[in-house]
Ligand binder design. Sequence first.
Ligand code: AMP
Ligand code: MG
Length: 406
Amino acid sequence: MMLTVAQAFEHLLATVAPCELSEVPLEHSLGLCLGRDVTSPCDSPPFDKSAMDGYAVRSGDLANGSAVLRVVEVITAGRVPSRTIAAGEAAQIMTGAPLPTGADLVIKVEETQRNGDLVLIATEHGKAESNVIRRGTSVQKGDRVLSAGLTLNGSRIGALAELGQSTVLVRRRPRVAILATGDELVPVGDVPGPGQIRNSNAVMLAAQIESAGGIVISLGIARDDRDDLFTKIQQGLQSDLFVLSGGVSAGTLDLIPSLLQEAGVKEVFHKVEMKPGKPIWFGIRAPVPQTDSKICLVFGLPGNPVSSLVCCELFVRTAIRRFMGIEPATPQSISAILEHEHTTYLDRPIYHPATLVWRDQQPMVSLVKWHGSADLCGTVAANAMVLLPSKARCYQVGDRVETLLW
Ligand code: AMP
Ligand code: MG
């Protein structure tokens, strides 16, 4: 029975589990998902400090907004004050330097005039605590700062560094093997002979998989030959995910589904009601007893380039995100405004390559001129795809359509 796209996603999410947790150096954690909550082992900032370059003074000395104070030391960032500030005294202080005891505010240098040992202050900002950041203002020891499940980006990695985490517990990236299959394929650098074409899918899928977070292992091209395929399938099954292109449709040399099953991969689904990409095959190889083999998730993508592209965007990306613990794993669509008329007749949902631009803060989308699943060059202007549900329909300018950004 053919699945709908929604059912295929359900089966996928029920089959793919988040991977085990592992510790990685903080500088290698970008894009990874935090494995457990992080509580702070310390106060941050760790000491009372100045937020400005200026003078640390006592608010009591500034009762009427002005004062002439004696400068008793200079405190730069990284130094510690050597003495307490007494009445009538000030310390010149730099941003980030510890506030000396006795002082309870900092006057910006712009509101002062220096004359030898003396500083003349005239300010309307003489209240206690001005320009001072107290210890623990940002975070206190024991506070939960980051929650499990957050994807690490610059600010979160920086915050972990501030708290002293030089390593971090995350879910790792999957290793994803890619195998292109087909007697007609030649490497991209070769000139195709009669009946031959270049293997464009492998590099395309590699780019998509890397952008989704996977680590690509390229297995080259397998011929439509049982022995060659079987050997390379065994190699591919060593990875966390294994993506094959070609050989899953109804041709006499479409050997992939039967060979995968012979290799111990259990079919989860074959064929999804969509265009392009209908013949997609998905299965799982459970760990083999008495070996060190692990679970392998296997995708047989139809060889037509745009079918491979769309199936990778929808399903392989979802599996990678799920493996890495990133939620939501499934593609998130936005409702965009169609910029032109369009008529569909098909009885299957179509994922149509499209260009989305923002105009006056509105998402405006137009379908690109495209000749179907073999027309990869027709997709190069696209940065998204529009889902046209399976009904004959005349779309009007201004209609809302479900759009998935690539
Ligand atoms: P298949 O799914 O093997 O029946 O292939 C469907 C179409 O996609 C055929 O026209 C193939 O030549 C083409 N095709 C298959 N694999 C690739 C590939 N790796 N790169 C580009 N086109 C391919
Ligand atoms: Mg083929």
